[in-house]
Design a protein around this ligand. Structure first.
Ligand code: B1M
Length: 218
């Protein structure tokens, strides 16, 4: 089957909330040499965003959204493992990543981590619903270069500002570079709160993180 067909089947699998089908598509597409990043960004991610829109418009309800997320995870597990298997590179830098306090969304974060890990970024994933204090402490403990935070809710985005404020308050702001991401975040938001970078998707996250590591080394 062509990549285009796999992409359209991936979108349908998420919309139909069918985890076994999603896993089957991911496995078959990989076996036929399809690019896991393209399958994620143009296929499964499009499906879950469409479900998010339907949810926002009251066309689907929370149980279906949860099942759609499980469908997405059935595929991302397989595709992320394939990305990892593409080989590891010498470590270029260390990054702490977390979904902020009060926020349980972690599908996009998983994709960002897979992307960064393949390119020599040592990523320490603190999970989701993580308090600012814990993020800062982990950055100190691991002597991290970068702190990345992910927020999917307009309400939880404020925790990204809290992180910036806390780093300033503790005189740690110069020690770490910061990057923010998640659907409601924008470059404008990053500028407003004083984050060093914003990334719209996993590919841009990689570009921005590599740029930040270069500026940190100067
Ligand atoms: Co939620 N949810 N959800 N949800 N959910 C949204 C975000 C929403 C926009 C849906 C909607 O109403 N249209 C809405 C937020 C509205 C708002 O804030 N204005 C919403 C809501 C309201 C809620 C609940 C409150 C619903 C309820 O309970 N009534 C609840 C909140 C729970 C909580 O967090 N406390 C909730 C729950 C859930 C589920 C548990 C069902 C599930 C999450 C499962 C999981 O993650 N384990 C879920 C889902 C799946 C979504 C949508 C549909 C999809 C999110 C997703 O996975 N996208 C979402 C709608 C949407 O985003 N359009 C929605 C796919 C993923 C690949 O994209 O996460 O954007 P994304 O990640 C991208 C980029 O953003 C970027 O790269 C990634 C890969 O390309 N990126 C980074 C992400 N992190 C980055 C970090 C970086 C750099 C780039 O550097 C550090």
């Amino acid at each position: 089957m062509s990549l285009e067909n796999y992409i359209s089947e991936a979108i349908d699998a998420v919309i139909n909330c069918d985890p076994p089908k999603a896993a089957e598509i991911a496995t078959q597409a990989l076996a036929e040499g399809c690019d896991p990043v393209q399958l994620l960004s143009e296929g499964f991610s499009v499906g879950i965003r469409e479900m998010g829109e339907k949810f926002g418009q009251g066309e689907v309800f929370l149980p279906q959204l949860i099942l759609a997320a499980e469908t997405m995870k059935a595929a991302t597990g397989i595709l992320e493992a394939a990305l990892k298997a593409q080989g590891e590179m010498p470590v270029k830098g260390t990054m702490i990543i977390a979904t902020v306090e009060g926020d349980l969304h972690d599908i996009g974060k998983g994709i960002v981590i897979s992307m960064l890990s393949t390119q020599g970024i040592k990523v320490i994933d603190l999970g989701r619903d993580v308090k600012t204090d814990k993020i800062i402490q982990a950055a100190i403990d691991h002597n991290a270069d970068i702190i990345g935070t992910c927020a999917l809710l307009t309400t939880t985005m404020m925790a990204q500002k809290k992180l910036e404020d806390e780093l300033h308050r503790r005189n740690l702001r110069q020690q770490f570079k910061t990057v923010v991401g998640g659907a409601p975040c924008t470059q404008r938001w990053a500028d407003k709160i004083g984050a060093d970078a914003y990334a719209e998707d996993a590919a841009e996250a990689l570009t921005k993180v590599l740029e930040l590591l270069k500026t940190k080394a100067l």
